[in-house]
Write a protein that binds this ligand. Structure first.
Ligand code: SF4
Length: 348
């Protein structure tokens, strides 16, 4: 038996924090959501950034919106065949939306932040694979953790990107902080940054602190190879072009880097505990946001998680979601809500 725990930062670690029950049933029992609603846009944006970067490197000029649209049209069909769906009415509307987020309509040029990322990309979609040793007695007998993730390393070619929105650390040891608009930052030529794309909207997301920890951990794990970057950047691609919420610049130093590795390994330990629990009794794993586990069941579902619950394959017998539905509407103990009625053929 392998003594390695392989953990994808987004697919495992953040998904486990979002809902340990849904993660465990999908990864360790093999029950997948019957379709992955809302994932389409995220896949398209990541693919667009990777393709735009390759195009710019190969041809020395930016691709046009029409060229990108053609490429995304092909990729859309691949995703659709894999069961990925969109919440938008049609393929055309989905592509319009992605293109609208990346290109300036009037000039047909990439938005400034897209330009900076594409022109400065050193490694597009850089695959991170980092191994850390851990104590087997704390990790259910495993002695190594392999952490994987995908990120972009950007070196600024022009000093034209300003970050009106930044992250202010309030407690570095515990990786806590807040978004501020009082301490703007600006990239200088040659600044090296680690970028991560998020297809959610910052102002609607309750996971910002986790995203910050994720990208800072990436910086920590790359430190031996590249040194510390000047800053980390989260690019919320679903925010409107020009909106100050679109980019979030995160200052980093050795203290937060050390704390992020410690925090991440602690999350892996909790994830390993869930795996061992599933092996004993899958039904004993509670649903809901892991950081809210001390709260009553009905308070463990927030807006982000609700969007996942409504398409979750485990929702029909999930006590957490039933408790949430019971609290939030006129649905008895929750089992009368259309979301969890097995005979609701329109939904299922
Ligand atoms: S219904 Fe919601 S809370 Fe329940 S397992 Fe699914 S995602 Fe988690």
């Amino acid at each position: 038996m392998s003594n390695l725990i392989e953990v994808s930062y987004t697919g495992d670690l953040l998904a486990h924090r979002r809902c340990a029950r849904a993660w465990a049933y999908e990864k360790h029992i093999g029950i997948h959501p019957y379709e992955q609603v809302q994932a389409m846009e995220g896949f398209l944006v990541h693919h667009a950034m990777e393709w735009l970067t390759k195009h710019h490197r190969r041809h020395g000029v930016h691709a046009s919106p029409a060229e990108l649209r053609e490429q995304l049209g092909r990729y859309f069909r691949v995703l659709w065949a894999r069961g990925i769906r969109t919440t938008f009415a049609s393929k055309e509307k989905t592509l319009d939306r992605v293109l609208g987020h990346l290109f300036d309509q009037a000039s047909s040029q990439p938005q400034p932040e897209v330009k900076a990322a594409v022109e400065g990309a050193q490694h597009e979609e850089y695959p991170l694979r980092s191994v850390r040793k851990v104590m087997p007695e704390l990790y259910g007998g495993k002695s190594k953790v392999l952490l994987t993730g995908v990120l972009d390393v950007v070196i600024h070619q022009k000093a034209e990107l300003v970050y009106p929105q930044t992250w202010r650390w309030t407690d570095k040891a515990n990786l806590r902080g807040e978004i501020t608009h009082d301490e703007p930052d600006q990239a200088a030529i040659g600044d090296r940054e680690i970028w991560d794309y998020k297809s959610t909207r910052l102002r609607h997301s309750t996971s910002c602190e986790d995203y910050v920890r994720q990208v800072v951990t990436y910086a920590a794990l790359l430190q031996n190879r590249m040194g510390l970057p000047h800053r980390c950047v989260l690019f919320f691609t679903n925010e409107a072009p020009g909106a100050k919420e679109r980019l979030l610049a995160i200052p980093i130093d050795q203290e937060v880097v050390n704390a992020s590795v410690h925090w991440t390994l602690e999350q892996v330990r909790e994830l390993r505990d869930t795996v061992l629990q599933v092996q004993q009794d899958p039904r004993s794993v509670d649903g809901g946001d892991l950081s809210k586990r001390g709260l009553p069941l009905e308070e463990r579902v927030d807006n982000d998680l609700k969007a996942q619950c409504t398409a979750c394959a485990q929702r029909f017998d999930c006590p957490t979601y039933h408790a949430y539905l019971a609290k939030s509407g006129q649905h008895g103990n929750g089992s009368e809500h259309p979301d969890v009625q097995r005979t609701n053929v329109e939904k299922n």
